[in-house]
Design a protein around this ligand. Sequence first.
Ligand code: SF4
Length: 384
Amino acid sequence: MGGGQGAVRPGPPPAAPAPGLYVHVPFCRGKCPYCGFHSCTDLTLIPAWLEALEAEAELYREAFPPFDTLYLGGGTPSLLALPELERLLTALRRVFAVAPGSELTLEANPDDVTPEKLRGYRELGITRLSLGVQSLVEEELRFLQRRHSAVQAEAALNAALAAGFPAVAVDLIYGLPGQSLIVWEKTLGRIAACRPQHLSCYQLTAEAGTPLMARLDRGELALPGEEDGLAFFLFTSEFLTDQGYLHYEVSNFARGEEHFSRHNRKYWQHLPYLGLGPAAHSFMAGQRWWNHADLAAYRQALTRGETPVAGREVLTPEQLRLEALLLGFRTRFGVEKGLLQAGENWQENLARLVETGLVELADGLVVPTREGLAVADRLPELFL
Ligand code: SF4
């Protein structure tokens, strides 16, 4: 990678990619102040959501070829009791074909992880457990209003690693107000020392309508500025690269190509996916559609025998090209050079990116370096 790190070349997507299946589990014990995802805290609604989800799945019976990834996200999928999870997976397997060797991811919060649940997840075929650790600093966990302690998070991670999942993934957040690189390194170093197969490191951002945004607006807090944000990003990338991780997407690191998130790759490379549950998005053949981001509206539509789709769009070739640039420049999969050939100055702009070390050219692909990933969202505008 840039900075003399040696390049990662994950290669192009497979020729006939299988679709991915996403299920949104919209329940959380409480609402974290920075979170913009749809979730509800009334856990008594879980059975009703399950029933609606089964009805929604039926609407897509035979509409997709066999899936090779299933991602249970949220929300907090680990809030489901094992019998509820079993009911969900049984229903999905009854309606859809899931290819042998599929990647089955479940997102879990450390406070839900028990030996019994880990055993149950393995028995139900979960191959990838994604733990929302966020930080190993107590003060930061309190700021984020997480329900686990650092000790609990480390114990959950070690238990998950010992449980025999083919992959354990950890989510972390950096760039908290007032956080220093030294304090961030504490979390990163302790997690990397446990050797999870996959790490996602997200910079804290303010989502509209969240309590965090309100506090920022009132001037009570400040997030790191652009320069500090860049320093966090580069430090994280260099630190984890030194620890043997491949930095393959802006926020994602893996201990080998075999541990790249197969499911997320579908989003990044315009491969087809079906999303079930409130607020879930789907994409197929240049068309995107999304469900009501409200559990009540989602259920009501299905109770009436209607689809819970709230909107859809057919992307024009130019929209598809722009998205491919936006997503591709965020990954080390890169973008095909042919996609850049628009606008008057595209050749000069590309040459400048190469000269300044923000991208590398390889086999017809334009691949961002580490420094390029740091400014990934600004690269597409050079090729509009
Ligand atoms: S961050 Fe996770 S646990 Fe917190 S409210 Fe959002 S989805 Fe729920």
